[in-house]
Design a protein around this ligand. Structure first.
Ligand code: ACO
Length: 377
């Protein structure tokens, strides 16, 4: 198959669009949003400021920051009909399947949902960014037999999410750790889910449909789904002592370890370095270091045996666990961050559109006629 002229499996290396949003240097392990290095943004900015940066190309001044904050606050609550629908989702529903269904449903209650002019797209992006954390928290509580908790206007984006999950105002360190994680996950160039969202938008379908395509795509374990799979692997390994024997045997059996490897970063993912330090700090605070220490050991073994580096989803697993977040919410959390990047890319796509329509190389049966004996009519 690889000899087919023009076939590029997985579209590796193909440049599918120009973008002014994310600058990803896979060789040197550098990631920047609109020119700002990710490490600088993590140190000096909030998730809301990064949302403004991705949408506007500039870090916000005070007026812009306050206007965006007010817009997001005003859109945090979700329609009561959607809360009722969440109550009807089956017990044990996959958290990403529920988010996919709920975001599609959210669009039904937005009178502007079909509009794709720049100003409507901006309003829809605000609604999606604000409402998705509320959906995730409400679904989780309902699944646990609890009532959803209304958003609180005096808390920031990350702190409010943690509050809606547990009913407790988080410690400032925990809220900041989640906020920085959202920054790290907010955008990542032409990854599979951003591409899927852009493909849907390129047909001039609406933004809710494009974002639903993004959610459907980020859910898979080779993409954002790795965020939950990493914790499931740590649980399967069980103890720090079992990391070495488990990993060497699994690698010898050609098992793919979730949270390692990357299509673009070949010398390490800069987000993993930041998340490792954050997981170290957070687990030092809680005193429960088991998952983090197992992660370090697994990192050592996988690197030693396969020369593979951890990606963004590896250390976020032990960090999120230290924040008290159940593993089934790891991928929804990645998604409530990535909505910022998807919507920013959708502004670009709708603003300078050409439908995505690649070709396939036909490798099926040669042209043939239906034999009279097999004809059905
Ligand atoms: N564990 C073990 N081996 C791996 C891994 C892994 N995680 N990743 C790559 N490899 C090996 C492959 O087996 C292959 O080896 P081979 O040539 O001997 O068969 C080689 O490295 C190249 O792998 P590909 O699958 O061709 O790399 P590709 O660029 O297509 O895939 C991907 C990238 C999907 C991220 C891959 O590294 C992977 O499956 N990783 C695990 C899933 C994961 O963590 N995904 C999250 C990515 S980040 C994000 O989306 C948020």
């Amino acid at each position: 198959m690889s000899e087919i002229p023009g076939l590029i499996r997985g579209l590796e290396g193909v440049i599918a669009a120009p973008t002014a949003i994310c600058d990803l240097d896979g060789i040197n392990g550098r990631l920047a949003y609109c020119g700002y290095d990710i490490a600088d943004l993590c140190q000096h900015s909030t998730f809301e400021e990064v949302v403004a940066l991705l949408w506007n190309g500039e870090l916000p001044d005070r007026t812009t920051r306050e206007a965006l904050h007010a817009g997001l606050l005003g859109a945090r609550a979700i329609p009561p009909e959607l809360v009722s629908a969440l109550r009807l989702y089956p017990r044990g529903a996959n958290s990403m399947a529920a988010l996919r269904a709920a975001v599609a449903q959210l669009g039904l209650y937005d009178a502007e949902s079909e509009a794709i002019d720049a100003s409507s797209l901006r309003q829809i992006a605000i609604r999606l960014t604000a409402a998705m954390p509320t959906i995730v928290a409400a679904h989780q509580r309902i699944q646990n037999g609890q009532d959803p908790i209304a958003p609180r206007a005096d808390l920031g984006h990350a702190a409010n999410f943690l509050f809606m999950l547990s009913g407790k105002v988080p410690a400032p360190g925990d809220a900041r750790a989640l906020d920085v994680s959202l920054i790290l996950y907010a955008e990542h160039e032409m990854n599979a889910s951003s591409f899927a969202a852009r493909v849907a938008a390129s047909t001039l379908s609406d933004m809710y449909s494009a974002v639903t395509a993004g959610i459907a795509t980020i859910k898979g374990p080779l993409h954002g789904g790795a965020g939950e799979a990493v914790m499931r692997t740590l649980e399967e390994i069980g103890t720090p002592e079992n990391v070495e024997p488990f990993a060497t045997a699994a690698l010898a059996a050609r098992r793919r370890f979730m949270g390692f490897g990357h299509r673009v970063y070949k010398n390490g993912d800069p987000r993993a370095t930041i998340l490792r330090a954050m997981a170290d700090e957070a687990t030092a605070r809680t005193g429960d270091r088991k998952w983090f220490e197992m992660s370090i050991r697994l990192h050592e073994v996988v690197y030693r045996e396969k020369r593979l580096h951890p990606n963004v989803d590896f250390y976020s697993a032990s960090l999120f666990a230290a924040l008290g977040i159940p593993a089934e919410l790891n991928v929804p959390i990645i998604t409530i961050a990535r909505i910022a990047g998807w919507t920013a890319q959708l502004f670009e796509q709708y603003g300078d559109n050409r439908i995505f329509r690649p070709r396939a190389a036909y490798v099926g049966a040669p042209a043939r006629a239906i034999a009279p004996s097999t004809a059905t009519t």
